[in-house]
Design a protein around this ligand. Structure first.
Ligand SMILES: CCC1=C(C)/C(=C/C2=NC(=C\c3[nH]c(/C=C4\NC(=O)[C@H](C)[C@H]4CC)c(C)c3CCC(=O)O)/C(CCC(=O)O)=C2C)NC1=O
Length: 161
């Protein structure tokens, strides 16, 4: 896992240089949004279960996936789906705090698409639910912080697609 600081320093070190203007700009932006991101993480952790529940109500409930024959049908599979969405929100929150998506590649997306395909988990519906999480979260944390967490929820969505 990397964060905004190690990522900028590593790439300067590879070139044997001090941080240049663009590297320093990245760090500046990271520090300037630090408080915003920490505050958002605290609101998200206090409301994670509600966020996931509302997102599911907005996107998946009463759709084909929850009906008999759907991939979320039966309590076990419904619970697996909720658990997956909770993983996405938690790891997106970690990535937002780090200011870097590498943790998502390493711990979430690695092999996920193949797992979903082999279990028949519909990726389109999953992406819809992740987008609903984005909306519900933004309405709780505010537009600016919503944009920050949105970057990493979108990263998961594109990684799955
Ligand atoms: C932290 C990293 C991590 C991730 C991301 C993860 C995902 C993950 N989700 C799984 C299953 C699953 N995932 C879903 C999810 C859904 N079905 C739907 O129709 C919805 C659209 C969607 C929810 C949005 C379901 C229903 C299963 C169970 C499928 C089955 O066993 O038939 C499985 C297979 C093993 C299991 O059932 O636990 C994995 C590995 N596991 C991990 O350790």
């Amino acid at each position: 896992m990397q964060d905004a600081i190690t990522s900028v320093i590593n790439s300067s070190d590879v070139q044997g240089k001090y941080l240049d203007g663009s590297a320093l700009g990245k760090l500046k932006a990271y520090f300037a949004t630090g408080e915003l991101r920490v505050r958002a993480a605290s609101i998200i952790s206090a409301n994670a279960a509600t966020i996931v529940k509302e997102a599911v109500a907005k996107s998946l409930l009463y759709s084909d996936v929850t009906r008999p024959g759907g991939n979320m049908y039966t309590t076990r599979r419904y619970a697996a789906c909720i658990r997956d969405l909770d993983y996405y929100l938690r790891y997106a929150t970690y990535a937002m705090l780090a200011g870097d998506p590498s943790i998502l590649d390493e711990r979430v997306l690695n092999g996920l698409k193949e797992t979903y395909n082999s279990l028949g988990v519909p990726i389109g519906s999953t992406v819809q639910a992740i987008q609903a999480i984005k909306e519900v979260t933004a309405s709780l944390v505010g537009a600016d912080a919503g944009k920050e967490i949105g970057i990493y929820l979108d990263y998961i969505s594109s990684g799955l697609s």
